[in-house]
Structures are given as C-alpha cells and as structure tokens.
Design a protein around this ligand. Sequence first.
Ligand code: GLP
Length: 319
Amino acid sequence: MPIQVLVTRDFDHMSEVAAEIAKKLIKQTLRSKDNCVLGLATGNSPTGVYKHLIRAANTGQFDSKRIRSFNLDEYVGLPGANEQERVMHPESYCYFMIQEFFGPLTDKFAETHLPSGCLIDQQRLVRELKTYTQDWRELGTDSGRSIAIKAEPTSEYLGWVRNAILKGYARRIKKAGGIDLQIIGVGGRGHVGFHESGIPFKGSNVMLVKLDDDTVSNAVADGHFSSEKESPWYAITMGAELIYKAKTVLLLASGKRKIEPVAESLLNEPTPDLPISYGQTYAQKGGNLIYVVDKIVGQKLLQSKTALRQKSIKIKDLS
Ligand code: GLP
C-alpha cells in the first residue's frame, strides 16, 4: 500500500489528527470482530493521542472493554531491589502506561500486556552472560546489540529468559491474532521500540537488547534518569519484523531531533542502520503505514515531494 505522510501544525494538531485515524480504525475493527488489538508505545510522542483516545472511550465513542493491548518494550535493570519495585519504578513503562493511558479509562481494557523486563534481575543476567558465553551471540553492527540466546542453553536462567520472557511474549501476541493498529514513535537514530540502530531485521521478533550508548544518554538528557549509571542498559523489545506485522502502523514524530531519521527512513533505501526504514519494506508487502508528523519534521519531506512521489509516497500538508 502507498505510504501516507500527513504534515500537521504542531504536537497538539499531530495528536488530534493521529487520534482521529486511530479512532476510525478501532471502530472499524470492532465492527468486524469481538476485540481490537492495539500495539502501544511509550515516550512523549504518543501521549497526546492517548489523551484523545481516553476521552473518546470515556464518552462512549468506542468500547474500551473490547480492547487488548501489547506494548512494544520494557526496560531491564530499572533501579529496585526486586520485581515489584522495578515494576513500580516511576520510569518503568508499566507505570507510564497506567499513568498516561490505562489508569484514566473509566472502562479498563480487557487485557494490557508489556514485555516482562522487570522480572529479570540485571545483575544476574550480566553474570550469566559472562559465565555462559557459548549460550548466546550478539547481533548488530553498532553499540546497541540484540542478544540472541541459543535454543537449550546451558544456563537455566538464560533458557528462562529466552523461553518465558521472549518467546512467551511473542506467543501471546500470536494467540491474540496479531496487532490491528500499532502506534510507534521514533527513537534516537531512528530506532523503533528498542530495536536499536544496526540490529539486523531478519528474525527480529521479541528480543533482549543491550541498549545503544545514544539511547542511554538520551534517557538521561530527557530527564528520565539522573545518570548513565542509574539508567538501565538492557531492555526487552519487539523487533522491527514483528512491529511491522500489524495491519496498520501509525508513526508519530515531532521536533528537531526527528527531522533526519524520519526523512531518511522514506527517502533512502531501507537499512538496519535506521530501523524505522523497515516501514518501506512493510508497505511494499501491503502494509498500511501512516506517518503523522509536525511541520518541523514535515518541512524536509515537503521539500522532497518529487522524490517521495517517485516512490509512490503520498504527502499531504495539513499545517
Ligand atoms: C524510547 C522508546 C521508543 C520511543 C523513543 C522516543 O527509546 N523505547 O519506543 O519511540 O523513546 O521517545 P519520544 O517519543 O519521547 O521522543
């Protein structure tokens, strides 16, 4: 399907336009089956859309009891002495989702899922990875790497991470029938979820990832953690191949930091160096990809209209 790009005025307008698209898709889906499966993201980008969706659900525009949701990712290694404390850490993605979306709903979603990153003890993980080097290999060309644990590893702990945490999450998504609408933001250097720059696309299902240095420094710069030492170094994430299996992918981007990755993701050939560029492959295979961006991000794309048209990408200026 042709990729659509909608250029909006600012963050609020972007959120309004994207929420209208999301609402329409949710209602359509709920007319054709019992429930609608949403793929959700954290970060600042989707917060406005969530506010609109909360209002729509709470005023009866769709039945939130018929929604099931799966989040893209969760940190491993949040500060905390145990699983409970890590889940309740204010920077956990569980906490974020309850605060920004799930909590204010009058009728709660039927199910909400996040990868169980908080169940992993980062110190133990690091120890097991150091001891059982034959059990895993790193995939990636940059500092953010996917840690591929082999089938039937010697380490029982790594076996549990692989089967219960990674494969378990992938199984739950499959059992739910896949994702109808996936909302994504854009990470530093164009990562999606925590599918970091340089991690290969092939086989990128649910992954254990050693985070990129740039991701860690952005988390500190954005005020999420007080220092790089306090900041988690690992995460569990859906990979690009899984994210872009959704029936529709809605990408949100605003602000200066997103100009380059967003433009390159559409103008250049897809490359794992820029994970969101996988969207082009997804669209070629028939996926429905919609970018909703503010005019700071959109400016560069509007200047490249001809190049986009040659790639059959439709761009509309709503700003
Ligand atoms: C993190 C998340 C991504 C998100 C990114 C950007 O890296 N794992 O899913 O897209 O932050 O966040 P923001 O929307 O705040 O720029």
